[in-house]
Design a protein around this ligand. Structure first.
Ligand SMILES: NC(=O)c1ccc[n+]([C@@H]2O[C@H](COP(=O)([O-])OP(=O)(O)OC[C@H]3O[C@@H](n4cnc5c(N)ncnc54)[C@H](OP(=O)(O)O)[C@@H]3O)[C@@H](O)[C@H]2O)c1
Length: 287
């Protein structure tokens, strides 16, 4: 194991948090890049150090790369996401030339929405940087179902704009295992991985599995894309984000991202987690 440090940007997010825990527990030295030291205290555990920095502020990134030979980045969808990624790549290039594992999204090879287009552009920028890279392009996460947990608890119903489209949804915990392997085993540099779960699921399938788990009727109510957009705006989501997500949802509703593959199993040596196992591990959120 190298004495060098693995930097995680987006460490308070879904994937960064899971990866930070996994690497630290395996004995690697992890530096979590966070915007607010106070609110990131829950990341603290042995082998983890916090470093204050903002992807919008290139000068704050230089110190973050000190002694770093590997760095992960996932960040929020924003109007200037491409610039945030570029700032990170530039800091890596100017300092240690670290191996970058970049979180992208399924479909970035043939983008059909602005979010996928942003990933396509920043994936290309990473490749053009000359830094060693690994690009992860996952399908939508099981964890997104937690956004509907309150509604499921309260009414047994959840509302999404996907019609009867299927998707090969995936567990963030599996994605963290893939990112960890990319850093700690040979053979992953220069690779781009499309990452899916093991099943092609419609949200009616998801409802059936939750009904079985909770021993109560859970119903998926398909809604129009415009209704979903209005719901996100009414909840206070910034207009740009709500519109970008609604556009992405309209692409998922075509059923184009239903195909499964074996990448997770091949990379981690373990089969990808089925939805039922993930849901069982998160039962208390839905019950
Ligand atoms: N949700 C899905 O189903 C799905 C599927 C495929 C791909 N993706 C992609 O996954 C990415 C999001 O990953 P995630 O869900 O793991 O993240 P997340 O939970 O949305 O968290 C985003 C992270 O980025 C950090 N961040 C945002 N702006 C920052 C800045 N200016 N400087 C430093 N850190 C900043 C946030 O820190 P703070 O705590 O400071 O806010 C947070 O840690 C997006 O690119 C999305 O396109 C999502």
């Amino acid at each position: 194991m190298s004495d060098n440090i693995i930097l995680i940007a987006g460490a308070t997010g879904n994937n960064g948090r899971a990866l930070t825990g996994l690497l630290a527990e395996a004995g690697y030295q992890v530096r979590a890049l966070v915007r607010n030291l106070q609110s990131a205290q829950s990341l603290m555990q042995p082998n983890v150090q916090l470093c204050e920095g903002d992807l919008n502020n290139p000068s704050s990134l230089k110190a973050a790369f000190e002694n770093v030979d590997r760095a992960f980045i996932a960040t929020t969808i924003m109007p200037n996401t491409v610039e945030l990624f570029q700032n990170f790549f530039d800091a890596a290039k100017l300092t240690t030339g670290a191996h970058i594992v970049k979180f992208s999204a399924l479909g970035a090879d043939h983008p059909k929405s602005l979010v996928q287009q942003q990933h396509a552009e920043s994936d290309k920028a990473l490749i053009a940087s000359g830094l060693p890279y690994t690009i992860l392009r996952p399908n939508s996460f099981y964890q997104n179902m937690l956004w509907s947990a309150e509604s499921i608890r309260a009414t047994g119903q959840f509302y999404l704009p996907f019609g009867d489209a299927k998707q090969s949804l995936v567990d963030v915990r599996d994605l963290a295992e893939v990112a960890a392997k990319a850093f700690t085993e040979a053979g992953h540099q220069g690779q781009i991985y499309d990452l899916t779960g093991p099943e092609s699921l419609s949200y009616s399938d998801v409802a059936k599995q939750l009904s079985r788990l909770l021993d109560k009727q859970v119903t998926y109510v398909p809604i129009a894309n415009e209704t979903a957009l209005q719901g996100m705006l009414d909840s206070g989501m910034p207009e740009w984000t709500a519109k970008a997500l609604a556009e992405l949802y309209s692409v998922f509703a075509t059923g184009e991202y239903a195909e499964t593959n074996k990448s997770i199993q091949i990379i981690t040596g373990k089969p990808a987690t089925p939805f039922a196992s993930w849901a069982s591990d998160h039962r208390s959120a839905f019950a």
